[in-house]
Design a protein around this ligand. Sequence first.
Ligand SMILES: [Zn+2]
Ligand SMILES: [Zn+2]
Length: 437
Amino acid sequence: MPPKSEATMAEAKPSGQKVHTSEQPVTLGNWYQHVNWVNTTLILIVPVLGCITAFYTQLRVPTAIWAVVYYFWTGLGITAGYHRLWAHRSYEASLPLKIFLACAGGGAIQGSIRWWSSKHRAHHRWTDTNKDPYSVHKGIWYSHFMWMVLKQNPKDKGRTDISDLNQDPLVVWQHKHYGFFILAFGMLFPMVVAGLGWGDWKGGLIYAGILRWLFVQQATFCVNSLAHWLGEQPFDDRNSPRDHVVTALVTLGEGYHNFHHEFPSDYRNAIEWWQYDPTKWSIWVWKQLGLASNLKQFRANEIEKGRVQQLQKKVDQQRAKLDWGIPLEQLPVFSWDDFVNDARSGKALVVISGVIHDVTNFINEHPGGKVLISSGIGKDVTALFNGGVYNHSNAAHNLLSSMRVGVVRGGGEVEIWRQGHPEKLAPVGAARSWPTC
Ligand SMILES: [Zn+2]
Ligand SMILES: [Zn+2]
């Protein structure tokens, strides 16, 4: 009997369990069932039609400027509004500012505040796991936009608390009437401004409306793809988020994503003044204007702790790659007499700080000369090594550790002698009474 195909096996699941489309293999006959057509229309079909129409539409200078201005405007609606205000509550906004951000974010055509924030909270809660809606581990294009193009299996949904959003009348209203926002702020408003302003109705729709919407979508999607793929991880490297100036330039400052995942309720993404974070600057200006308040910042001490720990981790990883010699606890133990006898029988052994070192291969390379090092063979040269003759460098200490071959029982010649002749030990009281001058 031939093995069952994957689809047949999926259908053969216990009765009553309906197999979700996403669990079935994509075939020529069913590929369209795997596609989320609403999302695909908004992020692929309309933008592609816009690009085609742009070939037949003259781009006028005022329209080009307006398209760029509206790009930043709607981009801020996402970064400062959807992301930092609603998804992370990193500051509080007055009602006029909230209305502005809800409209601007709506014009970026990335779903309602409620939908966007719920996915984003799941992304933070379940980063890099199967429940992360846009996990980069499923591929960079998946995290960029394919997660919206393809139907998702509801059983993979990472649940999060959005009760605060459900209690915000503006958020609920925007979610309910999201279609209106697409039309009004995705297309009509940019078209009307260009039309009434300088008579360019068609250019306003194509360039400031649809092409601008394509660019702002692709820019924001980079936070989910590029920011989890390109750059440094100065705060934590257990998950994929990364910091990179290129991502910051593309995403209105959302590129310091490693920091952001560590400190998500901080209203900043860039913590240095010279880093590019226009979203942070805008929120700060709104605060000065009385439109925003309670801007949250993690304590500098906590941020530095994370940075230092990550640095330490990297140093430890580099350290582990180096040869530091046999660990002391793994070295064999020799008596003092064994050490002396072995040295007399031809091995170039010296004791430093209770550890026996074999310097046979180093005698000719000793920067201080052959005579000095040879004169220490069979002896405890701790004092000579540590300043008696020459206070050896850190590099010399490191090199020495690679020559370890054993440990002297009791630590050294004197200790052995003391153990062998306890009656000759000076009483503690007597030692204390020694003259000090
Ligand atoms: Zn992320
Ligand atoms: Zn976030």
